[in-house]
Write a protein of this length. Structure first.
Length: 527
């Protein structure tokens, strides 16, 4: 029921290539991770938590959403482990530590090289990150996917964790279409790192070659005292349309601890800069646990990172930012954030109870968690009017709050990261490529979000996987250029199959501008 409510469709990238990691980033269930660490590794981690990675073994099991429904564990495989966190740091001997994991090149886990397990001790509701990252992805920002795991180490219960997709070259190849180790970069910005000439060394180089002249060039353009104009100089090096959408999502969700959050000694913080195959920088969010808190009703303008302030001082970029806020305003009702928060909280409740009963490391009891979820919902309820006041409009109608997670989910799209290929050009002007957006089930209908750069007839088909897949859904719709939602009714056979268990589909959408269909695979949860 909860899986249906959350629309748990673990999607593949729009390239059509299989993404094994879809099972890891399913926000509608909880998987179980079993780590085995030798005593020497434990002692080393206690002595130097964020030092060298220590070797252990790793096993993973899916569940049906409940602690009583844990499946078979994968065979143990080699893994390297270290602790992570600043305000969220907890010692290994007594606390609910947060972890970074690395898998060997010869034995990746579902194609992944790294895994980040956040302990969510700064977020008693345990909903903030999954909501915030979903908002970013819904706006087309190539942000991390998320999932939940229940962690055990040497048989000891550590509890519920957020599994956040890393911005390594494996993930970036999926998000940006490709990743060239010799050309492209991923930089991490934290603890005040900003685009000031002479201080680019404050950024941590996570991926790419040692030549950081691209970052130095961006810093020079951002701080040029006499640009002609600022948006032209910076726009030649950065995707300002994507960045303004990220900043809009940060402001709306109350991410004070990010890039656009506001002034503080250690700000900006929690963001990444990554270059695409087109050479342009994108900005990606991180560390979303402080979002959706009542004390963080951020203004939609004001002081922030250098790029944000420079953008608002430039007429063309300010218009992009206002457009991003307007896009966010119309997108938020489709996400049904209140319902997503309620459904996530209900799904996690039995696992949180297990953590409280079996672990000495838990930090919040059921009452504290319930209060935090209520605070999150209060923030979600008040934010649309605050944005409408800033934009000077009435804003769209918002979904009504829910009392509990509906048994028959109307639609909560769970959006995975979008693959952003280098855009085609038309007379030298970039044209946004056709992309697939959210996929969800609404009752007995399949719904697929699509961006088409041109008007025309779009055909949606869905078949079961396999060489001779069976058609379960088909429709053709004439649309205008832009973003739309396609819909088709699932066949009776598909509905009967869903009553017995999940159904894996291959979804294809033919758009007028592409000779090949956009393709994804999706796992529809059981009815």
């Amino acid at each position: 029921m909860l899986a249906a409510c959350l629309g748990a469709l673990a999607l593949l990238p729009a390239t059509g290539a299989a993404d094994e990691a879809e099972v890891v980033y399913d926000p509608a269930t909880v998987s179980v991770v079993d780590l085995q660490l030798p005593q020497a590794a434990i002692e080393a981690l206690e002595a130097d938590p964020e030092g060298a990675y220590q070797k252990g073994t790793f096993s993973f099991a899916r569940s049906d959403g409940s602690p009583d429904g844990v499946g078979t564990f994968s065979a143990p495989q080699e893994v390297e482990v270290r602790l992570k966190g600043s305000a969220s740091f907890r010692p290994l001997d007594t606390g609910k530590s947060a972890f970074k994991l690395k898998f060997p090149k010869a034995g990746p886990f579902f194609g992944l090289r790294k895994m980040t397990l956040n302990n969510m001790v700064e977020d008693p509701s345990m909903t903030h990150e999954t909501l915030a990252f979903a908002l970013h992805r819904a706006l087309g920002v190539p942000a991390s996917r998320t999932g939940f795991v229940y962690l055990k180490i040497n048989g000891e219960h550590f509890g519920v964790y957020m599994d956040v997709e890393n911005y390594d070259k494996v993930a970036m190849a999926k998000k940006l279409g490709a990743f060239d180790d010799d050309v492209q970069h991923v930089y991490e910005g934290e603890n005040g790192a900003d685009l000031e000439p002479g201080r680019v060394a404050d950024f941590e180089l996570d991926e790419g070659p040692g030549d950081i002249s691209d970052l130095e060039g961006l810093a020079a353009a951002v701080t040029d005292p006499d640009p002609e104009p600022w948006s032209t100089a910076v726009g030649a090096r950065a995707d300002l349309e994507e960045m303004t959408r990220m900043w809009a999502a940060e402001k709306y969700s109350g991410q004070f601890d990010g890039y656009a959050g506001g002034p503080a000694p250690d700000h900006p913080n929690n963001y990444f800069l990554a270059t695409g195959t087109d050479g342009l920088f994108r900005m990606l969010p991180w560390g979303q646990d402080e979002t959706w808190k009542e004390e963080n009703h951020l203004p939609f303008d004001g002081e922030a990172g250098l790029m944000f302030e420079g953008c608002l001082a430039d007429n063309a970029c300010e218009a992009l930012y206002e457009g991003a806020l307007e896009t966010l305003q119309t997108t938020v009702p489709t996400l049904k954030l209140d319902q997503m928060a309620v459904c996530t909280a209900e799904m996690l409740a039995p696992w949180q109870q297990l953590e409280e009963e079996e672990s000495t490391r838990f930090e919040y009891d059921a009452g504290e968690i319930s209060d935090a979820v209520a605070e999150t919902r209060s923030f979600i309820a008040s934010r649309p009017d605050e944005l409408a006041d800033f934009l000077g409009n009435a804003g769209p109608t918002q979904p009504a709050p829910v009392d509990s997670c509906p048994a028959d989910e109307p639609e909560v799209p769970i959006v995975t990261s979008l693959v952003q290929m280098p855009p085609p050009t038309e007379q030298g002007v970039a044209v946004k490529a056709a992309t697939l957006g959210h996929v969800a089930r609404k009752g007995k209908r399949l719904r697929v979000g699509v961006f088409s750069p041109a008007a025309g007839s779009l055909k949606l088909t869905a078949k079961t996987t396999g060489r001779r897949g069976t058609l379960v859904c088909s429709s053709r719709t004439t649309v205008a250029a832009g973003t739309t939602t396609l819909s088709c009714r699932l066949s009776r056979a598909a509905i009967e199959a869903l009553e017995d268990g999940p159904l894996r589909l291959v979804i294809r959408v033919h758009v007028p501008t592409d000779p090949e269909p956009l393709t994804r695979q999706a796992r529809l949860p059981r009815l």
